[in-house]
Every structure is written in structure tokens, then in C-alpha cells.
Design a protein around this ligand. Structure first.
Ligand SMILES: [Zn+2]
Length: 312
């Protein structure tokens, strides 16, 4: 259940490397309306925030909600983000945003409380909520612009040392590269993210990741090799997640998975079928909710919990 924190609607925002989704979520966790805009991080932090502000106001106006009377703003944001200050920590996925606080800007703009978490954390929390699985172990792997994921155990996002979010995109899946921005070689993100597939595609003469997938489906050998490598490496990453967490539900999300799950699923299932040390039959595999709907609901749930904690 959503914590009872008043009847007002919450604004939920999911910031990805490519798209920002904004929604209004009721006090019982119902996503009432949503809008979408391109992130365009290179335009600068202030420009992006001004566009988010306009979109929130437009969404509220369309729903006859006073934007200054909302319960608050829950945010899921890509990339490492300091959840206590709202500051974006690196500029890898959001160039020009590094060092800026998303929560401070939006709280000041609307004069309401706000809370921020990694977008994979809000997504997996929302998935657990909509699947009525807040008392279970739920793991989400996202293949989108980057690769990430999150873990919910008994309704709470799993956090590691120093409260840090698990970095599922940096599970090693290849011993021989490619080099990752984290300093290592062979990380899952460097092979299976939309960015990595696009980069490999450009070296083979394709325009972007979308074209690589299109051509792979048409049987082009170069494109198929790039996609097959992404699929194989993803299967290794999923094997690691299965054996580490043995989740009740293992969910696949992100833009790449939403569009191309059919290309990944057969190999993932074939690899997982070799598992003999875990009760695979007890693990449900699922595709994430379409769009960022679960992420929006998860962001609103985090906000409700934050508000409840601050009045107790
Ligand atoms: Zn890495």
C-alpha cells in the first residue's frame, strides 16, 4: 500500500539519458497522466530544468491541479546521483548536469518537498508495487541508453556500502574488452547498452543502434554479430544476477529490452536452463511495464515514504 500522506497528487519524474517522463500519481499509487520530453542534456542543466518545470505546469493544468499544492516531487534519475543532496555526480550520461542539484532546483521552483533516487531503483520499486510483490525479492535489469538495474527486497531498495546503489551495468561479461569508462574492461554496459551497440554499429557502417537492430532482423551478418554479442553477454549477466539474488521475480526493462526482448529472451532462457544450483522453476521472468510507468509510480512511492518519515 502507498503510505497515507494526504490526498494530494504527487508529481513523479523519471530522467533518463534520452527521455524524461513526468507523471501525476494519486495518493493510492494510480498513475493519472503523463507526458514525455527529450532529455537533450547537452543543452545545459538550466535549460533542461526549465523545460521540466514547464511540462509539470502543463500536466498539472491539464489535470486541474495547482502545481504548488501537490504533495511533492519524486524523481528517478539516471547515473550516479547523491540522494541526500540531489546532485548529479558524473557527467557520463547527463553531460553538463554534473555538480547540479535536481531536487534543490525543483523544490525551489514549486516550493514543495522533493526526493531523488537512481532511476533503476524507482523502476524496480514501482515494478514490485504494481506486481503486488513488495514482500518478495525483485530484481530488474535495464538495457537502455546504458545498462543498470535495481533490487527490491521486502519492499525496500537494496543499498550497499555507504548507501550506494548496486552497479549492475559493470558486471564483467567478457575478459577481452571493450574498455569501460569505469576503468575496467568487458563490463556488460560496454557491450549491451544502446550506446555500445550504436558505437559498434558505427564502426561497421551503421548509423545508430536502431539501424543495427533493424539490419540484424533483416539478416545482415555484421549487424547480427553485434546483436548476438549483446545477447550472449546479457545472458551471462542475467546468470550472475540469478545466482546472486535468486529473486522471486527477474524483470527485463529499458528501451532496448522493450523493443527487442524477443531477440534476447530465447538465449537468456537457454542459458538459465543450465542452472542446477538454484530452483529456477520458482523464479518468474517478466518484461517491465511499458514506458516508464513503473518508474513513475516508484518515484511517487519514495516521495510518500519520505513525507511520512519526515512527519513522524
Ligand atoms: Zn565498467
Amino acid at each position: 500500500m502507498f503510505p497515507d500522506a494526504g490526498p494530494s497528487k504527487a508529481v513523479a519524474i523519471v530522467i533518463g539519458g534520452t527521455t524524461i517522463t513526468i507523471g501525476l500519481v494519486s495518493s493510492v499509487g494510480q498513475l493519472d497522466s503523463r507526458s514525455r520530453l527529450a532529455t537533450q542534456p547537452r543543452d545545459g542543466f538550466a535549460t533542461a530544468m526549465a523545460r521540466i518545470e514547464q511540462s509539470v505546469e502543463a500536466l498539472c493544468e491539464a489535470d486541474s491541479v495547482d502545481p504548488h499544492a501537490i504533495a511533492g516531487i519524486g524523481i528517478g534519475c539516471t547515473g550516479p546521483v547523491d540522494t541526500s543532496t540531489g546532485v548529479v555526480v558524473t557527467d557520463y550520461t547527463l553531460p553538463t548536469w554534473k555538480g547540479h542539484s535536481v531536487t534543490r532546483y525543483l523544490s525551489e521552483a514549486f516550493q514543495v518537498p522533493s526526493v531523488i533516487a537512481n532511476n533503476a531503483d524507482t523502476a524496480v520499486l514501482g515494478e514490485a508495487f504494481v506486481r503486488d510483490a513488495l514482500d518478495q525479492t525483485v530484481v530488474l535489469l535495464t538495457l537502455g541508453t546504458g545498462v543498470g538495474g535495481g533490487v527490491v527486497i521486502n519492499g525496500v531498495n537494496y543499498k550497499g556500502a555507504q548507501g550506494e546503489h548496486p552497479e549492475i551495468g559493470h558486471i564483467l561479461v567478457r575478459g577481452d574488452g571493450p574498455k569501460c569508462y569505469c576503468g575496467s574492461v568487458g563490463c556488460l554496459e560496454m557491450v549491451a547498452s544502446g550506446s555500445a551497440i550504436g558505437a559498434s554499429g558505427r564502426r561497421a557502417g551503421f548509423a545508430c543502434a536502431v539501424e543495427v537492430f533493424e539490419q540484424a532482423r533483416l539478416g545482415d551478418a555484421h549487424a547480427k554479430r553485434i546483436v548476438d554479442r549483446a545477447v550472449q553477454c546479457t545472458s551471462r549477466g542475467v546468470w550472475t544476477l540469478l545466482h546472486t539474488f535468486l529473486p522471486d521475480i527477474l524483470i527485463f526493462g529499458g528501451g532496448v529490452m522493450e523493443a527487442h526482448y524477443d531477440l534476447f529472451a530465447p538465449t537468456i532462457l537457454a542459458v538459465l536452463a543450465r542452472a542446477t544450483m538454484v530452483p529456477l522453476h520458482a523464479v518468474s521472468l517478466a518484461q517491465a511495464q511499458p514506458g516508464n510507468d513503473a518508474g513513475l509510480i516508484g518515484a511517487a512511492l519514495l516521495l510518500r515514504r519520505h513525507l511520512r518519515a519526515s512527519v513522524m
